[in-house]
Design a protein. Structure first.
Length: 214
């Protein structure tokens, strides 16, 4: 239990290193006071430009990969590996903890991003086969609707469905993806409210059915 507790804590603290907020401080800005107010890659791109947004995306994906692929196998001094702790469960615990850290970062007043990029890194590290359905779903939804938030939520659902069909006997993976999908919906509840009110922003460059202006 000591290994589980320490590594889960480390994963949370790693997730709390929110890319947009760290890079924003170096630039002298707080991205949470700009645009949508979200500390994620999409708002970083919209308010600070492509280079900044891409860097934020890389940082947030990378910490998800580190938490799920590297941290579970790390030998901590004085702790070692718990023989009674399944590695799969430790990996899933670290994966979820890093996402929680990104959304509720202790370093930044528990106001972080929505977790999409970090979830992408976690799922890619756990099972890369799930990435293609996620990315394809995300792109198709954005093209059809223009809503990034909706695309992100449905991408989480796509990962769960893909996990069920690709590894139907791996109930822990399917349940993990379902939990992440539910959490994505929760963190995007503001987007849902804005879509219902008709005030949600569209990504016009990718939106195939955008209204044509004269």
């Amino acid at each position: 239990m000591l290994e589980l507790g320490l590594k889960t804590l480390i994963a949370y603290l790693l997730g709390a290193l929110v890319g947009s907020l760290i890079l924003g401080r170096l630039r002298g800005v707080d991205i949470r006071a700009m645009g949508s107010g979200n500390a994620g890659a999409t708002n970083a791109l919209r308010t600070q430009g492509r280079a900044f947004g891409l860097t934020v995306l890389i940082v947030d994906v990378a910490k998800g990969v580190l938490a799920a692929a590297w941290l579970p196998g790390l030998s901590l001094p004085g702790v070692g590996h718990d023989p009674g702790l399944p590695r799969e469960w430790l990996t899933l615990a670290c994966g979820f903890a890093v996402v929680i850290g990104h959304v509720y970062p202790v370093w930044f007043g528990f106001r972080g991003g929505k977790g999409a990029a970090t979830i992408l890194g976690v799922i890619g590290a756990i099972d890369p086969h799930l990435l293609a359905p996620m990315v394809l779903c995300w792109f198709l939804v954005v093209v059809v609707t223009g809503y990034v938030g909706l695309a992100t939520m449905l991408a989480g659902v796509a990962a769960t469905v893909a996990a069920y069909f690709i590894e139907p006997r791996n109930a822990s993976l399917v349940g993990f993806c379902a939990a992440l999908a539910a959490f994505i919906v929760f963190t995007h509840r503001g987007n849902i409210a804005r879509m219902r009110a008709g005030t949600e922003n569209h990504v016009r460059r990718l939106w195939l059915f955008r209204p044509r202006t004269v």
